[in-house]
Design a protein around this ligand. Structure first.
Ligand SMILES: Cc1cc2nc3c(=O)[nH]c(=O)nc-3n(C[C@H](O)[C@H](O)[C@H](O)COP(=O)(O)OP(=O)(O)OC[C@H]3O[C@@H](n4cnc5c(N)ncnc54)[C@H](O)[C@@H]3O)c2cc1C
Length: 301
């Protein structure tokens, strides 16, 4: 079956694209690893217009509810591994099947960057995690470390202040770099020790995490913690789109109509080079991309 459109990803950009595609009565499919994307990992959201305060999982739930109001064909828990040009359209290969469509909207967002130190792979989900919102409650009353100094790390630390006993914020640069309001809140908390100019060199433990090795001013020491939250940035999920033009960060290049270098393929949200990685920006870009795909189809009948 040849779809009019395949939307890859169901974060804020993909969900909004699917709502617009549904309202245009397009024959389309959404393929995604999960629903909500990074929005579901966020703690408190205070900058999505219309909600003065809402948590990430709540907002993601509202997005999902809106999308499911339309009877959308949705492949969940499925990962796109290749998007390729074919005669009359595109082939989308996943870990489960292959689909065809006349157009595609890529909204595959970003994933967490890994630390790349000994112990990281072994202790993943055994005390080491990349998602404070998802896994924070597992560390109630425990000493934990958050690795990073930007907004993601500060957001994680702020969430953990409510849950953990003590938080070590391990930041490789000489000062925290996240938003001033978050830096202030974290710095004010007696529960947080900020260790600037400090590098993590290993994750330690037996079956579960029991500590981390850190290095500062050439001195190595061990911090006893039971939880490690890696929050050192994000990388775009764009590897499956080999034929597309990307910038040096791997973000897909798009113009103001969400068009990529390949006619018929559009992209939106955090996976693109559009500045400001925010929910409201991703949602707006997702709407634009779906409307551009609709217009493209009308012009290429
Ligand atoms: C901790 C944290 C806190 C944040 N706080 C805020 C905030 O307060 N306010 C704000 O505006 N923004 C915040 N953000 C940023 C915001 O969440 C993102 O900008 C937004 O979610 C991007 O939306 P997106 O749809 O482009 O991508 P994503 O949310 O990354 O969604 C991508 C989707 O694509 C799917 N996917 C990925 N690869 C594939 C594949 N190969 N095949 C199929 N599916 C795939 C994923 O499963 C997911 O569903 C925060 C981000 C983080 C990490």
């Amino acid at each position: 079956m040849m779809f009019d459109l395949i939307i890859i990803g169901a974060g804020p950009a993909g969900i909004t694209a699917s709502v617009y595609a549904a309202r245009k009565k397009m024959n389309f499919l959404v393929i995604t690893k999960d629903i909500g994307g990074q929005a579901a990992w966020s703690g408190d959201i205070e900058n999505y217009t219309g909600y003065q305060f809402i948590t990430g999982p709540e907002l993601a739930g509202k997005f999902e509810e809106h999308m499911r109001k339309y009877s959308i064909e949705l492949k969940e828990n499925e990962e796109v591994i290749e998007l390729k040009r074919k005669e009359n359209g595109f082939g989308v290969k996943t870990d489960k099947a292959t689909y065809e469509a006349k157009t595609a909207v890529i909204t595959s967002g970003k994933r967490s960057r890994e630390l790349g130190v000994p112990g990281e792979v072994e202790f993943k989900n055994r005390g080491l995690t990349y998602c404070a919102t998802c896994d924070g409650p597992l560390f109630a009353g425990k000493d934990v470390a958050v690795i990073g100094g930007g907004n993601s790390a500060l957001d994680a630390a702020l969430q953990l202040i409510q849950i953990a006993k003590h938080i070590y914020l391990i930041n490789i640069t000489s000062a925290l770099t996240g938003d001033a309001i978050m830096r202030e809140k974290v710095s004010e908390s007696k529960k947080v020790s900020i260790l600037n100019s400090t590098r993590v060199t290993a994750i330690l433990g037996d079956r579960m995490v029991s500590g981390i090795k850190i290095k500062r001013e050439d001195k190595e020491e061990t911090l006893p913690v039971e939880g490690v939250f890696v929050e050192i940035g994000l990388i775009p999920n764009s590897e499956f789109a080999k034929e597309l033009e990307k910038n040096e960060l791997g973000e897909i290049r798009v113009n103001c109509r969400s068009e990529t270098n390949i006619p018929g393929i559009f992209a939106a949200g955090d996976v693109t080079e559009v500045p400001e990685k925010q929910i409201i920006v991703a949602a707006g870009e997702g709407a634009k991309a779906a409307l551009s795909a609709f217009r493209y189809l009308a012009q290429h009948k």
